[in-house]
Write a protein that binds this ligand. Structure first.
Ligand code: FUL
Length: 701
């Protein structure tokens, strides 16, 4: 292309000291090419530690503690430390699994919100020392850090500043307690590659208030581990991606303005998901997500491990979008990773290996303006090519033989800053270029999932960049086809509907909890399932030769006989019957207009028959940023719909803001009722004075 100056740059310039660089710039007789070969930084750039961290791409999160044994997501800190008693803890098994999964490190919840320390901290009375495990002589951090070393993994720690157990929490003294705990963790267990600071805090308006001394906390980490990456909502090392689904924005800048973010600020989900093009600070995204619905192990989620296709969506939504992936694999009550989780991790690894093992662009001839640019297709991350212009820079790839691919990968040399704002991929078809994809940012790595494409010639156009783009590599791959999983739903009449997005799958299912095989009933038409129970379904192709993952759903009584007894005024087209229509995509919402009635809001349902209730479930809306979700509730039952008495359950949903998944609340006893009443007492998002419910359900099983 005209106007493009071709230069091969080497990233090792980045490792030169600035003084050396200046010296060579000033005193060598510069030609235009030499001047170009040391491109200036554009905007903030990563530190050496951030660069090394970015190249880790994929590592394990482990949530483990009293919650593992009490089936809670947020422990209250008042649990008996004796409940922590893994029967066969094996940290080497965790490390072995992470390593085999292709992960580069492990971050463990050294201290979660319940304050329980997985090491015998001298600054707490709620630790492994007080637990029943190993008669109080155990130390999980010691075992895990040693195992990580053995398996060549990096070791990282999560410490929650919010501590529901420590008597000093909410007083000035607590910051020093936390610093002392950080010091223990950072001095006793060798190198720590990442320090995870959680911004979550569920104290509520009347709870304890603690003003965290972040300067002191960060300073303590850096004192012992100057190269540690500090995670928090806004860094400084890396930032939260704004959700707990593991999905970064399709546009994802590694830059933000740190002055605009502090841990727990809230309302920044979109900001953090996409970063800020003009951001003054380099704070790349890290996408955290759990392989199960909850962060902690629960026997009830053994059959809810995310499917292979879901995990692939997460991989492409994080690593494929310029973010690192921190995948949580909760350790079980034995103190081991459950076989269901490790099986899925290995399936994922196998598909990723198959996909990325051979780069089909390696033999391509890359040119720009008729000149060869070997650097972008040489498979070496040390070499790169800098376009001569910031806009409309074109690089063309020609193949000796046509190549067939469905993954396109491109990387910027981020050492000089993230530059690309928009790019396009085109293939030559019958003499004309046809667009395959048009996207925004690239960053360290961008992977596009494309339809299977065969081409002899293609081109990448950097449409717009902050400054002339510097591209490390362009690669092409062919991913194997992954069978899409069965989807199980129940319709308004309480009948099961099983489907699959894959082409021509045969669907088999069971209703007795057993694993579906080709011999199990074949799904052909909706199956009546009003009373509920456990459904397992699996998609098969090739006459049963290949099966997808088993999908499990637990249903309770279907709301076929239910009717609304009373509900607070609803927003237009969002009436209360939508909360009991069995369809998670429709929502009841109260009025959002200014001046409308504020909290509390309530809904009353006539179940149409007397049922033995063990609990209730609340599914928050999943669209529109979970708007109207509530966190504090009271639940009542009645036999006549008039007298309600005291609530059978009252409390707060744990972690509903960050993870708005279905909440299942068990009463701990069975109550008879024909009428139920759910009162929403406090909004999850302070400014919202309205309530919403996607589905309200009962638990009878
Ligand atoms: C959240 C916490 O509240 C969850 O329990 C979990 O630890 C997750 C990784 O971060 O903010």
């Amino acid at each position: 292309m005209k106007g493009l100056l071709l230069v091969q740059t080497k990233s090792y310039f980045s490792h030169m000291k600035t003084s050396t660089l200046l010296f060579s710039l000033l005193f060598s007789s510069l030609t235009a090419v030499q001047a170009q070969s040391v491109p200036a930084n554009v905007g903030p750039v990563p530190s050496k530690a951030q660069l090394a961290w970015q190249q880790m791409e994929y590592y394990m999160f482990i949530h483990f503690g009293p919650n593992t044994f009490t089936d809670k997501e947020w422990g209250h800190g008042d649990e008996d430390p004796k409940v922590f008693n893994p029967s066969a803890l094996d940290a080497r098994q965790w490390a072995r699994t992470a390593r085999a999964a292709g992960m580069k490190g492990i971050i463990i919840t050294a201290k979660h919100h319940d304050g329980f320390c997985l090491w015998p901290s001298a600054y707490s009375k709620h630790t492994v020392r007080e637990s029943a495990w190993k008669n109080g002589k155990g130390d999980v951090l010691a075992e895990l850090s040693a195992a990580c070393k053995e398996y060549g993994l990096k070791f990282g720690v999560y410490l929650s500043p919010w501590d529901r157990n420590h008597p000093d929490y909410g007083t000035e003294r607590y910051n020093q307690v936390f610093v002392n705990q950080l010091t223990e963790v950072h001095t006793k267990y060798g190198d720590v590659f990442e320090q995870w600071f959680d911004g979550a805090n569920g104290e509520g308006p009347n709870g304890k208030r603690q003003v965290y001394d972040w300067t002191l906390f960060n300073g303590t980490v850096y004192k012992y581990h100057p190269n540690a990456i500090i995670f928090s909502d806004g860094g400084p090392g890396c930032r939260w991606i704004g959700n707990e689904n593991g999905i970064a924005g399709a546009t994802n800048w590694s830059t933000i303005n740190r002055s605009e973010v502090f841990p727990g600020k809230g309302g920044l989900e979109h900001y953090l998901n996409e970063g800020v093009e003009t951001g003054a600070d380099w704070v790349p995204g890290e996408a955290d997500v759990s392989i199960r619905p909850g962060w902690f192990f629960s026997p009830s989620t053994n059959d809810k491990v995310k499917t292979l296709s879901h995990l692939l969506d997460i991989y492409y939504g994080s690593v494929g979008r310029n973010a690192n992936l921190l995948l949580n694999v909760p350790v079980d009550r034995r103190g081991r990773i459950h076989a269901n989780d490790s099986t899925r991790l290995m399936e994922l690894r196998r598909v990723l290996d198959q996909t990325f093992k051979s780069n089909l662009a390696i033999d391509a001839v890359a040119t720009t303006g008729g000149k060869t640019v070997a650097a972008v297709v040489d498979g070496k991350k040390e070499t790169s090519w800098q376009a001569a212009t910031a806009q409309n820079a074109v690089i063309e790839l020609s193949f000796k033989k046509p190549v067939t691919f469905n993954r396109f990968q491109i990387q910027e040399d981020i050492v000089r800053g993230q530059r690309v704002k928009a790019f396009k991929v085109e293939v030559l078809e019958a003499g004309a270029y046809k667009e395959l994809a048009s996207e925004t940012t690239i960053g360290y790595k961008r992977i596009l999932r494309l339809p299977m494409t065969t081409a002899s010639k293609m081109r990448v156009i950097i449409l717009d960049a902050k400054a002339a783009a510097i591209i490390n590599e362009i690669q092409l791959f062919k991913a194997p086809e992954v069978l899409e999983d069965a989807v199980i739903k129940r319709d308004k009449n309480g009948a099961l509907v099983i489907s699959s997005p894959s082409v021509d799958p045969v669907l088999h299912y069971t209703l007795d909890g057993s694993e579906p095989t080709v011999k199990s009933p074949k799904y052909t038409a909706p199956v009546p399932f009003v009373q509920g129970g456990i459904v397992k379904a699996k998609a098969f192709v090739g006459g049963g030769a290949k099966g997808g993952n088993t999908i499990t759903m637990n249903f309770d009584v279907a709301p076929v006989k239910w009717s609304i007894h009373y509900a607070d005024s609803s927003a237009r087209n969002q009436g209360p019957e939508r909360a009991i229509d069995g369809d998670p995509s429709t929502v009841w919402s109260t009025i959002m207009a200014p001046g409308a009635k504020g909290y509390p809001h309530e809904i009353q349902v006539n179940l149409g028959e007397v049922l033995d209730l063990k609990g209730f479930s609340y599914l928050p809306r999943t669209n529109q940023n979970a708007s109207g979700t509530f966190v504090d509730y009271a639940f009542y039952v009645s036999e006549d719909g008039k007298s309600w008495g005291e609530p059978v359950a009252k409390g707060s949903f744990a972690n509903i803001v960050n993870s708005p998944v279905k909440q299942e609340l068990r009463f701990g006893k069975t109550v008879k009722a024909q009428y139920i009443r759910l009162v929403a007492l406090r909004a999850a998002y302070e400014q919202q004075h309205w309530t919403s419910i996607a589905e309200l359900g009962v638990i009878t099983k």
